[in-house]
Design a binder for this molecule. Sequence first.
Ligand code: AHR
Length: 501
Amino acid sequence: MLPSKISIGRNFEISEIDPRVYGSFAEHMGRCIYEGIYEPDSKFADEDGFRSDVIELVKELGVTIVRYPGGNFLSGYDWKDGVGPQSGRPKRLDLAWHSLESNQFGLDQFMVWCEKAGVEPMMAINLGSKGLSEALELLEYTNVDADSKWANYRVENGVRKPYGIKVWCLGNEMDGPWQLGHKSAKDYATLASDVARGMRQMDENLELVVCGSSGRAMPTFGQWEETVLEDSYDLVDHISLHVYFEDHGNTQEFLLCATDLDLFIDEVCNIADAVKAKQRRDKTITLSLDEWNVWQLSAYQGLERAKTWELAPRIIEDEYNVADAVVVGNLLISILRRSDRVKMACLAQLVNVIAPIRAEKGHPAWRQTTFFPFAYTARYGKGKTLITRIDSPKITTEKYGTVSALDAICTYDESSNSAALFMVNRSLADSYTTEIDMTGFRDITVVEQVTISDTNLKRTNNLEVGEAVQPNKEITSIAKDGKIQVTLPPASWQMVRVSLH
Ligand code: AHR
């Protein structure tokens, strides 16, 4: 077997990690909000109707920021339907997911929930069926302290102090023909720039995210980013990118899919930097990967559209297995590796809908397999990322060419004087024993080692079997002279945490 080695130097920093890379996403879709986050008649509901067991798991997951209210839902949504007395709120058709929206949960409920869950809101504004004036009214409602119509309406609804929401997404996936109000890059660029300009006239303290591509395989990818940024470069802070990966039956290939995210991030940075160079700007646009996950999308696309309009129907409640958890762990490694440019990222979604947390009526909420790599990375992937050199055996597939079997990133947290190594073995067949060389750190001790692997990669957690998949917390490695030997089973994720002396 070929030797492998992971080398980390204490002084070779990539970047500070923005805690908002551990974000998630709550859309009015299926049972994410209703029966997931909000279920007033549940035995787990608190005084506001929120599932308290779900809130506890959100905290354990370590989520920092939550994007809301969509997603595709956003492009047909009128935020005004979701504020004011609940008894007077209209039921509306949601064209994106062919459902009925009760509007019992809206902006003010979301803000209370954010407070309870300890997360920051990332608000998205509808640029599909709505535009500039609705965006400004919404911003006035959330952020303005004045004797004006929408600010007063917020006060009337019981919220005296403005929320001061900082992060705003200018629409959702506007490049996608499936999007209500889908636009050409040029039309979207004009609208997004107008809205950004107007919003900044009302509030100078905003971070604005302009829509990039909803996938690297979109035919407009590249051209879209260039056109949009050419118009909006000075007005926005981040550009979005969305990615979903799926096991199409070739699990070896699936295990390598983070390669695609690596390329996607690099390409978006290159395009943004080309615009920067052409426009001779100092400012650098950063990335908001505000939807990413594993999703058996083709199974959903094969389904017939619902013939009825239901409240909170079951949609894409994917059950995640061990291979999915390894891939989620690897995607987090990719995100951290580019912590110099990826400043926000949202695991899509949070509860029930392609989510790490599942909830059913009458049963305590539970953790899917993908919960674990996210929770450990969010808890310990803090501080700075360090350049992590990987010498690894290679794997060749048709889709990704020849890439490393091992992938890894090291984070260093000065406040606790500790470092964490997040690693994956993406080989379906081979186990690797590898040496981690941290000699630059002088004295190190392994304090925690957590592995996710299974001889049955299809194993899942669900209502019947409970949380059958659990991380293995056995410490099998010790540090000697600044070096650690770790064994990574086939298709596995592992975290090794060391304290530094
Ligand atoms: O997360 C599910 C959907 O995926 C979102 O609504 C949409 O933005 C994306 O296409």
